[in-house]
Write a protein that binds this ligand. Structure first.
Ligand code: NDP
Length: 434
């Protein structure tokens, strides 16, 4: 029995073999592996100083599109590697409480150092001291090498994912992910074969999940705001909204870092190209699209629209944070006064499923809050181009797909108990509607 009365679920982890394919199986994974980097580059060249999209793209005159920057840049590559190495070093060097993760398939609980927020503070202090010493130069360098840094990230992600895939065969004691051990190399490279790869005691998936990508996103936003300031001598209120809304999201995620220990990424998925690329390239380079758009096309919003966007952001944040914290609190200490009154069902698996509070309203109410925030980050870009809305559109598809994935996984994990839960909580995203 674990600390809080849940039965220890020990699976014969050496028998974990993927039988249920996602992302349209091995062929679908090849397509996705190619599509993702192309999307990152497409968003860069498809939304540039020449227009968003540029007129040359609209008239299909590809030879006239400005592909400046589409090169391997050695300095940018070193800067990118240095950034990853810096965060790996901070994960060891900065102080933080050590907590246990959920039970792994081999019946153990791994330790995790919760120092993401402290790593953020150290990073920001260093950045501030650089700006104090050199003015906006370091930030402008980042903004002006945006695509070179993205290319470095793409090369690095392919290399790391391949190394992790090969390394997962080092011993038959390696704990594999039930999602990434199909025997199809490309598929397993994509999904991630090893569940929790650790090198010199550093848990690579855990450290990469939030720090280099999320903090990188924030730094990219700051650099794009610096670029806007350099170009126009001012910062628009739309840029302020993007900086504050997304900045708070990043800080909130790092402050509540322990909450990721119960997410699918940590408990179920292996560390393959899907997460490596997602964490280290996709998040920083596609989520900063709104700031990049505003750095090129500054926009001043009316006070009413400004207030409306703030309210939408705060409402989304409230739903997102309270629902995630409620589940996390309940799962770590169900007797805590904040959650002790909530109703739940006991399951044969040993864990409890909440059926009241946020989780009694809809099974994925946390996703709804997250998506409302996504919309509030795109609205500051106005309505001249649909491209800055890429994030809200893509995120909707991701969350619907992820909700479906999680539902399937939970049905497998919980069997009939999951059907009982779905009967009690029939809605997925919007209580009473959907
Ligand atoms: P959840 O936090 O919703 O976790 C799902 C798991 O929670 C289930 O597998 C199940 O696991 C447990 N669970 C489900 N229902 C209940 C219940 N009623 N009571 C108790 N436990 C329950 O999903 P994610 O890990 O996907 O997402 C976490 C957050 O991260 C979300 O808010 C999401 O919006 C955000 N996110 C953001 C992304 C981004 O790119 N910005 C990308 C992905 C996610 P078990 O019972 O086995 O513990």
């Amino acid at each position: 029995m674990s600390r809080f009365g849940a039965k220890t679920v020990k699976t014969d982890y050496k028998q974990l073999v993927t039988t249920n394919f996602e992302f349209l199986g091995p062929h679908g994974s090849i397509f996705t592996i190619l599509l993702l980097p192309l999307t990152v580059l497409g968003l860069y060249f498809g939304c540039s100083q020449d227009g968003c999209p540029p007129s040359a793209l609209l008239s299909l005159k590809f030879s006239e599109i400005d592909f400046t920057g589409f090169v391997y840049d050695r300095v940018a590559f070193k800067a990118y590697i240095g950034w990853i190495a810096f965060h790996l070093a901070l994960s060891v060097a900065t102080p933080g409480q050590t907590v246990q993760g959920t039970i792994t398939p081999d019946g153990k609980r791994l330790n995790y150092k919760i120092n993401g927020f402290n790593s953020f503070l150290v990073t920001m202090s260093l950045l501030l001291s650089l700006v104090y010493k050199h003015g906006l130069k370091p930030l402008l360098w980042i903004a002006d090498h945006y695509v070179q840094l993205a290319i470095a990230g793409i090369i690095f992600s392919f290399t790391l994912s391949l190394a992790l895939y090969l390394r997962s065969f080092r011993s038959n004691q390696v704990v594999v992910s039930v999602c990434g051990n199909s025997g199809y190399p490309i598929y397993d490279f994509w999904m991630g074969r090893e569940l929790n790869p650790r090198i010199f005691g550093i848990d690579l998936k855990y450290v990469c999940e939030l720090r280099p990508g999320l903090i990188g996103w924030f730094v990219l936003n700051l650099s794009l705001a610096a670029r806007q300031y350099q170009n126009t001598n001012s910062i628009t209120n739309s840029m302020v909204l993007v900086l504050l809304g997304q900045g708070y999201y990043v800080i909130d995620a790092l402050w509540n870092e322990s909450a990721i220990l119960t997410t699918m990424d940590i408990t179920t998925d292996g560390f393959g190209f899907m997460l490596v690329f997602g964490d280290l390239v996709w998040v920083p380079f596609t989520y900063s699209l709104q700031a990049r758009y505003l750095s090129m096309f500054p926009l001043e919003l009316s006070t009413q629209f400004f207030v409306f966007i703030c309210a939408l952001n705060l409402f989304g944040l409230y739903v997102f944070r309270s629902s995630n914290s409620e589940k996390n609190q309940f799962r770590t200490d169900p007797s805590h006064p904040a959650v002790a009154h909530l109703k739940y069902i006991n399951t044969a698996r040993g864990t409890k499923l909440l059926t009241s509070g946020w989780w009694g309203m809809a099974r994925k109410i946390n996703y709804t809050g997250d998506w409302l925030m996504a919309v509030s980050w795109c609205l500051p870009c106005g309505f001249d181009s649909v491209i800055p809305y890429f994030y809200a559109i893509y995120f909707l598809i991701l969350l619907v797909h992820r909700a479906h994935r999680d539902d399937e996984l939970c049905r497998k994990k919980y069997g009939k108990d999951w059907d009982v839960y779905c009967e009690k909580v029939p809605y997925t995203f919007i209580p009473g509607i959907f």
